[in-house]
Design a binder for this molecule. Sequence first.
Ligand SMILES: Nc1ncnc2c1ncn2[C@@H]1O[C@H](COP(=O)(O)OP(=O)(O)OP(=O)(O)O)[C@@H](O)[C@H]1O
Ligand SMILES: [Mg+2]
Length: 500
Amino acid sequence: MKPNQVLVKTVDISKSFSGVTVLNKINVEIFEGEILGIIGENGAGKSTFIKILNGTYTPSEGQVFFDKNPVYIRDTSVAKRLGISTIPQEFNLINDLNVYENIFLGKELTKGKYLLDKQQMKEKTNELLQELDTDIPPDAKIQDLSVAQKQMVEIAKAVAYDSRLLIMDEPTTVLTQHEIDILFRLMQRLKEIGVTIIYISHKLREVKRICDRVMILRDGEFISLDPTDSLDEQEMARRMVGRELNQIFPPKTTPQATTVLQVHSLSIPGLLHDINFDLHKGEILGFSGLIGAGRTELAEALIGIRQISSGQIVINGTKQMISSPIDAVRNGIAYLSEDRQGTGVLTGFDVASNITLVSLDEYCKPLIDRRKEKHRTEDYIKAFNIRTPSTRTLLEYLSGGNQQKVSLAKSLDPHPEIFIIDEPTRGIDVNAKKEVYYFIHDLVKSGISCILISSEMEEILGLCNRVVVMREGRITGILEAGELSEAEIMFYATGLKEGA
Ligand SMILES: Nc1ncnc2c1ncn2[C@@H]1O[C@H](COP(=O)(O)OP(=O)(O)OP(=O)(O)O)[C@@H](O)[C@H]1O
Ligand SMILES: [Mg+2]
């Protein structure tokens, strides 16, 4: 690639929130037609930087140039006029509207002067979605879509504009390899026609694969900007964290012989078919599969969000009816949801209230014991290195990865015996990942059993004692420690092998 024209230039861009500087004098030139990666730890300022470019925030200091002209991007409409569009880190879709209405929101196609041209909007939407190789119906309501499907709609919505600068803030956290490949092909095509792309991700392997150059931020400071070819993943991680990072995964522990959970012939018509597996005390049992394999649905059945139509759940030798999340908590089962925004955390509540949301009973005597709540919250803030000004800060002011850490703390606070973790490291940086892995390691060492649902192959291989592979609502294979490999898991996940 030969970058030539500078599309965006920032001069001494800084941003503070109530006196705290979160970005300090960022100077960067972004070339037309390049893919620029931005990496950095949670809270490093990546989203803040791109929100200054897309008009969500105005800089406290500094100047942005677009096409050599100084520009004042005072709101998002100015950014749109310049041709800047964004796939945001947190979804920005309207739940009661359907897919095509969301995609054309604010730029509806009309017949004549006033009449909405629904037909044309639907057709266009169909084209966009087909290009992304997804079969989401344009008429579907957003609320009925899975997290991954919502992400695909966000992508379609952003590319529906003829943009000159396309900003992607962690677009692949909820996607599996197949969709990531599709997205990368699309990015290459856009690049070829001269679109500039800013790509934020914690998946360093992807950054290495798709980006021409990579900018590293740490604590709001500019650290470096280099061609991606000149850095390996290890070096990226080192610069992000500011020190050497080795041994991401803790050593594996051996589970105990006791079975804590047995699932027999569990079915939900149309979703789950004849599910059988067991979980040992102190085990990390991985669940692998492609999107739509039914892993989250199974987790939801185990915690009483979905009603099972047949089958049995046996906990510590006794058959249990789990028909609500309260039953699950009573039976010692906790769940970390994959959908942080939907069911994970309440952004309008503060950090402490989020963490004690499920376990509140424990803090009532009968009034909420605020001191205990505060102490416990401080413990979690320390354990997970959650970046927040205080225990009373509203969650919406935390960076995405730090919200995820709060969500994790919240699901652990009731002290579960069985912990179902759905994509625990989504959107968190390498260092925080390591903290989470060691934390899970400590949990199983203390006798807690974990079900780990993850789309990150490395995580599954690095942490789990055994791995259950699902496909289309069925278990296709259960791999023992000695059989674990990426290839083997993919065989079962894609249906090339079946053996359960
Ligand atoms: N509206 C806001 N008010 C107050 N503080 C904010 C606001 N938005 C962001 N911050 C703070 O600015 C810092 C940088 O946040 P930012 O969202 O840019 O991080 P990030 O690099 O995108 O992290 P992540 O990888 O977790 O998404 C964080 O400490 C965050 O708490
Ligand atoms: Mg962010």
